[in-house]
Design a protein around this ligand. Structure first.
Ligand code: ZN
Ligand code: ZN
Length: 404
């Protein structure tokens, strides 16, 4: 059996760009190592989720790891919480939240508390508490945004929002939308009572009032979602898995399925990440793991910025960093792809398919010699992301026989 490495260059796929004389960033990049790996294996195009779906990084990574998002994706709440760095475990309930200003009658005066941006970390951490054995954790996001995660047995996301979604309206009492939500609603209301008291006398708010700013004296909750009950990765594949990524959404997701999370100094989740450090950590991780997923976020960041030259340079840095992997083909299977396309011309995710390579020694090879969107269209494969794990399992001699 061979080890497996899945390298995801986030948002890798692109479209022809006039800045690059009609080439994609990947086509324009100097990428001898990616090309070498492509020439050592089977290549093709991968549909993120399935043809024509414009996927997010959360649904795409779920699918790449073999968890069908159409069955397990339960809405943005839990994944947004993961994205801002809250731990979310199967069965937890997560809300999106706003720091807001309410008057003494709980009527909303400002849904964003004067667009608060300072001190929300202190406000959030002051709201971490336990109620009857249920833990409540709050973390700040960008500006007035935050998330709440509740951990404990028997929780339900079948509850209403406390957020009235309008200024001048009273904060709603949270209610269960069915029987299962009653208990959760009761716990959330008790949490909000305590939160109100804590925020009212919080030094950050006292200072805001002194400075003539509205206090962030309540948390408005919306969009409850229950974290999916995902089968642990180790059990699903009989493999020990590890994850190396600079962004909390990916490490959080992998943590949720029981993977080892490997932290790398200087892994920022941006274009200035520690490329070599991540690859060194990957090589070390292979000694104690059967499977390692590694995410480089910089390609997606450059795509959202609409900067093809930056995207090209991120790809070139990845290419340089992966050079040592060429020596591991004997006992490792490599897959390299993107989780979706983030065309610089679109500054957002598209539904295009993305190039993928599977490389290992002793396997079949197709005629593809260059790793890019156009060359890989001539490759042997066209697959959906949900099938990538199966393909890796069989290349690594780990798959069970289907039939006699
Ligand atoms: Zn992505
Ligand atoms: Zn993106």
């Amino acid at each position: 059996m061979k080890k497996i490495v899945l390298i995801v260059m986030d948002g890798l796929g692109d479209r022809p760009n006039h800045v690059l004389h009609g080439k994609t960033a990947l086509q324009a990049a100097y990428r001898p190592n990616l090309n070498y790996l492509a020439s050592m294996g089977i290549n093709g195009m991968m549909h993120p989720i399935k043809p024509g779906i414009r996927s997010g990084s959360d649904t795409s990574h779920l699918s790449l790891l073999g968890y069908d998002p159409e069955k397990v994706y339960t809405g943005r709440g839990p994944f947004e919480a993961l994205g801002i760095g809250l731990e979310v475990m199967p069965g937890d309930v997560a809300f999106r939240a706003n720091f807001a200003t309410v008057d003494s009658n709980d009527v909303v005066i400002d849904r964003r508390a004067d667009r608060i941006s300072q001190g929300t970390d202190l406000l959030a951490s002051s709201l971490n508490m336990e109620i009857e054995g249920y833990s409540f954790k709050v973390k700040e996001g960008v500006e007035h945004r935050a998330a709440l995660v509740i951990h404990g047995p028997g929780l339900s996301s079948e509850v209403t929002d406390s957020d009235p979604h309008e200024v001048g309206k009273k904060v709603n009492t949270v209610r269960g939308t069915d029987e299962s939500g009653t208990r959760t609603a009761e716990l959330v209301n008790r949490f909000l009572e305590s939160a109100k008291k804590i925020l009212a006398s919080h030094p950050v708010n006292e200072k805001r009032v002194k400075d003539g700013l509205k206090p962030a004296n309540q948390l408005l909750l919306r969009g409850a979602g229950k974290a999916p009950d995902l089968e642990p990765f180790g059990k699903k594949y009989s493999m020990k898995g590890a994850c190396i990524a600079g962004i909390p959404m990916i490490t959080g997701l992998c943590n949720m399925i029981g993977m080892e999370i490997i932290r790398v100094k200087g892994a920022t989740g941006r274009t200035d990440t520690n490329y070599e450090g991540k690859i060194s950590a990957l090589i070390r991780a292979l000694k104690t793991n059967d499977f390692v997923i590694l995410n480089f976020k910089g390609t997606d960041v450059a795509g959202h910025d609409g900067d093809p030259l930056l995207k090209k340079s991120v790809i070139e840095r990845v290419d340089r960093a992966i050079s040592p992997l060429k020596d591991l083909l004997e006992d490792t299977v490599f897959a390299i792809t993107g989780d979706h396309s983030t065309p610089c011309s679109m500054k957002d995710h598209s539904g295009d398919h993305v190039p993928i390579l599977f490389a290992t020694s002793g396997n079949l090879r197709d005629r593809v010699r260059h790793f890019d969107e156009i060359s890989c269209m001539d490759g042997a494969l066209e697959i959906n992301s949900i099938n990538v794990m199966d393909y890796l399992l069989q290349l690594s001699e780990r798959s069970d026989k289907y039939g006699a």
